[in-house]
Design a protein around this ligand. Structure first.
Ligand code: SF4
Ligand code: SF4
Ligand code: SF4
Length: 323
């Protein structure tokens, strides 16, 4: 897969143009190329490169895409952005995660695009720094940069995929979603379908037929199609900040402790019997084992004590008769 290699400031300049009112033409060939590549494929890997005189110079792109404002200003501007993103030169992320992180952590041009201090050619800065366009671009919302699923499409998918769950002779579920179903059951006072996923439907099917086979699948499963984070084109989870990767680890912890592998199939009653024997809480799976968040991609779904809803759902045995 090809990687889009860009300078950090170029992402900010696109937001600045969006804030000025641009929708397709960012007023610069390179910015247009970047914007349309990301708009066309929000999952595209993007590498942030900048010019530094340190151990990270292995990735230096050279000054060809510097803007006016001073050579040192160009170096500092990129580093100011990386610092706020919590990233290093050469880091490569899916575009959707990177742009969302920009919107979350870089909320002004101040200290990045302007230059306080005596004026000099090295520190001229960008003449648009005080325009407010970047801040306006942020206020327009992430969706103006990254293409997202439409409400109508998600609503249609919810209807179709819920029907598929009810018509299936075998439920296809990713391992840690067995635990999410338990949290869902423990959290809900009254069980009812919800729009953003299909956690309810497999529980309802299992209540009607506790012997229905469940096959453990690798990656997105029957629960995912209506989710705003689901990418129908690739069947991947595009949840913020590498949710798909965190979930992959969760799936593997569940499989390991249950002594199972992807593709294994068991009747629902037996599957949940094994799950509940293997996990009294979600700590090992969803709290990284100790509740410590070691990086932006390794957040937890619950506190260090695990999710109380799972404990409740497990105590109620997910409402499965004969378990
Ligand atoms: S102020 Fe200038 S350098 Fe900063 S984001 Fe806007 S156009 Fe880009
Ligand atoms: S705590 Fe874990 S099992 Fe529960 S909803 Fe969150 S991710 Fe799912
Ligand atoms: S967040 Fe990801 S794994 Fe969870 S339901 Fe949505 S697409 Fe599936």
């Amino acid at each position: 897969m090809s990687i889009l290699k860009i300078r950090p400031y170029q992402l900010m300049c696109i937001v600045c143009k969006l804030g000025e009112g641009a929708t397709a033409d960012m007023g610069n060939l390179r910015l247009n190329e970047i914007f349309h590549a990301i708009r066309g494929n929000p999952l595209l890997p993007v590498r942030l490169r900048c010019n530094v005189n340190s151990l990270f110079r292995f990735q230096n792109p050279g000054p060809a895409e510097d803007t006016p404002g001073g050579e040192l200003f160009n170096v500092k501007r990129d580093l100011e952005i990386l610092m706020r993103l919590g990233m290093m030169p050469g880091d490569t992320w899916p575009a959707t995660d990177l742009v969302r992180r920009l919107y979350e952590h870089v909320n002004t041009t101040h200290g990045i695009c302007d230059c306080d201090g005596p004026s000099s050619p090295e520190w001229a800065g960008c003449p648009r720094a005080e325009s407010g366009f970047y801040e306006k671009g942020l206020a327009l919302g992430f969706d103006t940069f990254i293409r997202r699923r439409t409400f109508d499409e998600m609503e249609r998918t919810k209807r179709d995929s819920a029907r598929t769950v009810y018509e299936a002779s075998t439920l296809r579920i990713r391992p840690h979603h067995l635990m999410c179903m338990t949290c869902f059951y423990g959290r809900m006072g009254t069980l009812a379908p919800i729009a953003p996923d299909n956690l309810y439907e497999p529980i309802d099917v299992i209540h009607q037929n506790p012997q229905i086979p469940i096959t453990l699948v690798n990656g997105c499963c029957m629960v995912c199609p209506p989710c705003p984070e689901y990418d129908p084109a690739t069947n991947l989870c595009a949840g913020f900040c590498s949710m798909g990767l965190r979930d992959e680890r969760k799936d593997l912890v569940v499989l390991q402790r249950m002594g199972m592998k992807y593709g294994d199939t068991l009747p629902a009653r037996e599957m949940f019997r094994r799950l509940f024997a293997a996990f009294e809480t979600t700590v090992l799976v969803c709290s990284n084992g100790d509740g410590i968040v070691r990086g932006p991609g390794w957040t937890t779904c619950d506190g260090p004590e695990g999710n109380a809803a799972y404990v409740k759902g497990r105590a109620a045995k997910l409402g499965i008769s004969g378990l």
